[in-house]
Design a protein around this ligand. Structure first.
Ligand SMILES: N[C@@H](CCC(=O)N[C@@H](CS)C(=O)NCC(=O)O)C(=O)O
Length: 211
């Protein structure tokens, strides 16, 4: 049965799952979640994921949430992108969830998607400071290697890169982090790679684009 990803393009957590399925050649369709209209807070969505979080993957009678769990499911089902050391892959998935993707998601939300009068201005530089330390860790790790784990792209790479292709500002410039920049280029060169805004339906279409 074809998998259904409940998603919207501005979600880096949804993007990393969509990208993994695309690169692994796993067919999926998208159920758009109108997140900014409360689409992850409805009783119907809570019945899928009590956490009220996007993404959710429905596949073969299973309902999976948490991008790391979905990524692992894709790797297991397709036999691709699993990496060579399961513990090391898991280690980076946890680190990404704790120190990178979640922090970027919050910072980018505050800076771009929240009404300016509701923005907690003091929080943003604090978050950006924490993120700078995380970019340094990732940049150091990638300075002597092509991929986060092993010698081929894995779900660890896809989890970590999930928020780093977006155009909205959140305090990250690829040019400041040469090893991250080169690695993002390597991922974007993989056959089938697509930018988040070309892979999933957007909540905020760019000005002038059809909705
Ligand atoms: N650790 C989760 C994070 C998921 C997450 O925070 N998703 C955002 C959208 S990108 C969300 O649904 N946020 C709603 C909330 O925090 O209540 C994952 O990796 O899937």
């Amino acid at each position: 049965m074809t998998a259904t990803l409940h998603a919207f393009a501005e979600s880096g957590n949804a993007y990393k799952c969509a990208l993994a399925m695309r690169l692994a050649g796993m067919a999926f369709e998208v159920a758009f979640v109108p997140f900014f209209q409360g689409g992850a807070r409805t009783p119907e969505f809570r019945a899928l994921n009590v956490m009220g979080e996007v993404p959710v993957l429905v596949h073969d009678g299973r309902v999976l949430s948490q991008s790391a769990v979905i990524l692992r499911h894709v790797a297991r089902r397709t036999g691709k992108l699993a990496g060579s050391d399961e513990d090391e892959v898991l280690r980076w998935l946890f680190w990404d969830n704790h120190k990178l993707s979640t922090q970027i998601g919050t910072t980018r939300f505050l800076m771009n998607f929240l009404a300016p009068d509701k923005r907690p201005e003091a929080v943003i530089p604090f978050q950006q400071g924490r993120l700078k330390a995380a970019y340094a860790v990732l940049n150091d790790h990638l300075s002597a290697r092509d991929w986060v784990e092993g010698t081929a792209p894995s779900i660890a790479d896809l989890s970590l890169c999930g928020y780093l292709y977006y155009p909205e500002p959140f305090g990250f410039a690829r040019t400041d982090w040469p090893a991250i920049d080169a690695w993002l280029g390597r991922i974007a060169a993989l056959p089938g790679w697509a930018h988040p805004y070309d892979l999933l339906p957007r909540a905020f279409p760019a000005q002038g684009e059809p909705t």
